[in-house]
Design a protein around this ligand. Structure first.
Ligand code: FES
Ligand SMILES: [Fe+2]
Length: 340
């Protein structure tokens, strides 16, 4: 049985006081997390805030998920407020026009059909391992890469993802992950972490690996960024046969605010001493405490810090790797083009 204890999903409730040197005026090109698959059924479209507007998510009868701009091209009704799914079609709540998965109006009477260029924009969408993502590009370019599987086989998911609305931009969180000097102060590691793999860029991925010690615990953390929106981390407690996976998604809700959600999975070998269900519940509780402890202080900083623009902040000796990653991240703002 799951341990259904109440978990605070918001780690820091205080209002944000962040300031910006140069507030972002565009969103980066990225695959962006929209919603958990099980929250989108074939009955009712779901509305989410992303990219400083609403997006609507729905699932057709055949199971295909679509993420779309919210307003009907006829008279502007919002599909998330009264829209319905009919088989493979989405029906508008105002005049009942139906739209297919290409966003085209498919009313049976040609007389009442919209012109071909009056379509509903469908974001490129992927459903991966229980999560729905859409691809953002300001000029609506199609993605030239897909999100790989997160390889969750053998893992048990902890209940309730952690969620936090935070000022900032996706790229700052990539830099934060390879900013090893903050581990000791914020994450309470005994020493600065030992770098096993220097951050390396491979196309749309950045990979890095460290070993760190926290109290009596020594762990290995392998991080993989998939563009600017997705962080896939493999965590291993050394000396124990226990692994975890942290999936963290950075979804811009407006140009200077992110919805950050962390989804945690654990994996343990069957123990001869403890019943497996007990062991898993124990691990859930341990990992929740660990995540809270590790992130609360960090979010407090993120909510109240000064956000420098690319390349404006100071760096110490030994932080040169940060420059390369920032240049890689900055490129996604250029790639995304200019919003119209
Ligand atoms: S506004 Fe959608 S059908 Fe008229
Ligand atoms: Fe951190």
């Amino acid at each position: 049985m799951h341990n259904e204890k109440t978990i605070p999903v918001h780690l820091v409730e205080e209002p944000a006081t962040a300031q910006y040197s140069n507030p972002q005026t565009s969103f980066p090109q990225a695959w962006v997390f929209v919603e958990i698959s099980k929250n989108v059924n074939t009955k009712k479209p779901v509305t989410k805030k992303l990219f400083a507007q609403d997006v609507v998510v729905y699932r057709s009868e055949s199971g295909k998920v679509a993420v779309i701009d919210p307003h009907c091209p006829h008279f502007g009704a919002h599909f998330g407020h009264g829209g319905t799914v009919n088989g493979e079609l989405l029906e508008c709540p105002f005049h009942g026009f139906k739209f297919n998965s290409e966003g085209q109006c498919t009313n049976s009477s040609a007389k009442h059909c919209l012109a071909e260029d009056k379509t509903v924009y469908h974001y490129p969408t992927i459903e991966r391992d229980g999560y729905i993502f859409c691809y953002y590009d300001a000029e609506k370019k199609q993605p030239d890469w897909q999100i790989p599987t997160f390889e969750l086989e053998g893992y048990v998911q902890l209940l309730s993802p952690f969620q936090q609305s935070s000022p900032g931009h996706p790229w700052e969180h990539i830099v934060n992950n390879i900013d090893y000097l903050h581990f000791k102060k914020i994450h309470k590691t005994t020493q600065f972490p030992e770098v096993i793999q220097e951050p390396s860029i491979d196309g749309h991925r950045v990979e890095a690996c460290v070993i760190a010690t926290q109290g009596n615990t020594r762990y290995k953390l392998r991080s993989q960024y998939l563009g600017l929106g997705i962080l896939n981390q493999d965590f291993q407690l050394l000396n124990f046969d226990i692994k975890a996976k942290f999936l963290t998604f950075f979804s811009p809700t407006d140009k200077n605010t992110l919805n950050i959600s962390t989804h945690i999975y654990v994996q343990a070998s069957k123990s001869k001493i403890l019943p497996y269900a007990f062991l898993v519940n124990l691990l859930k509780s341990v990992f929740y405490k660990m995540i809270i402890m590790n992130n609360r202080d960090e979010y407090r900083v993120m909510k109240n810090k000064y956000y420098y623009n690319f390349g404006e902040h100071g760096l110490t000796q030994g932080e040169d790797h940060i420059k390369d990653i920032e240049a890689w991240a900055q490129n996604y703002y250029a790639l995304s083009g200019v919003e119209k």
